[in-house]
Design a protein around this ligand. Structure first.
Ligand code: BTN
Length: 242
């Protein structure tokens, strides 16, 4: 599989959090790096939640220069790249079997990728995205966790699933990462209008403002940006560092 080699890929067996690794590299002035780890001991989710990162899942973070990207769109681009990547496995590996309905991957605003189960117990989360922005050093880190071959912790198996669980086989994580990078590069070249249209097609939730009113996508990008900045404050590395 041919991938654009703009990114240097660092593969670790274990780490605290690939987001944390990228933040450290970002402060050293490094850019265009993807850190991927087989497991994470302190995987971070949104809103200070823990992200289960046991062996078999795909956990990686992308370190980007703030000048090279449109910060307001990055969450949309990453969400769409994950959906397209997973959908590709759907056609390649699942198809429609007998009367079984095809499974559909969708975006649940702001950062969940979900999949509809055959058993029709609704949607389960398969992937999450955690964006962090560092304005002092001028970089953005986007962390992505995708449940591939990992077992789902009993505590969350009513709301989360994995590709292995729905595909009933193991998948090659390296191929999935390569395919994600191809899709990510593809979406980075699209116009803002095309990205938003694609996002609307794939998003099942109507974004809401903090006051609970439904909002348009322009407002939503503001919310994502706000969340990314807030996350950075939580890490204590936004306001205090020069
Ligand atoms: C969420 O849905 O709450 C976001 C989860 C993001 C998890 C990924 S796994 C790779 C990267 N490193 C982390 O510590 N978190 C992100």
């Amino acid at each position: 599989m041919e991938i654009n080699n703009k990114f240097k890929i660092i593969h670790l067996k274990t780490t605290h959090s690939t987001n944390r690794d990228c933040v450290e590299l970002g402060k050293e002035g490094k850019r265009n790096i993807i850190v991927v780890s087989d497991i994470q001991t302190k995987g971070k989710g949104r809103l200070d939640r823990f992200w289960y990162s046991n062996y078999g899942g795909l956990y990686f973070s992308i370190l980007l220069d703030i000048k090279d990207i449109n910060v307001e769109q990055i969450n949309f681009i990453v969400s769409l790249s994950i959906v397209d990547t997973l959908k590709n496995y759907l056609t390649k590996d699942f198809g429609t079997v007998g009367r079984q309905k095809p499974k559909v991957f969708r975006i649940k605003f702001p950062n969940d990728i979900i999949v509809k189960n055959n058993s029709s117990i609704g949607y389960k989360k398969i992937s999450g995205i955690l964006g962090e922005i560092n304005l002092n050093y001028g970089f953005v880190v986007v962390g992505i966790g995708i449940n591939i071959n990992n077992s789902i912790d009993a505590e969350i198996n009513n709301i989360a699933t994995s590709l292995k669980e729905i595909g009933e086989k193991e998948f090659n994580k390296q191929d999935i990462l390569n395919e994600f990078i191809i899709n990510f590069n593809k979406y980075n070249k699209l116009t803002e209008k095309d990205i938003l249209n694609k996002y609307k097609e794939n998003c099942i939730t109507i974004p809401m403002t903090r006051e609970g009113r439904s909002s348009n996508l322009a407002v939503s990008t503001g919310i994502i940006l706000y969340e990314a900045i807030r996350q950075n404050y939580n890490d204590g590395n936004f306001s205090s560092e020069k």
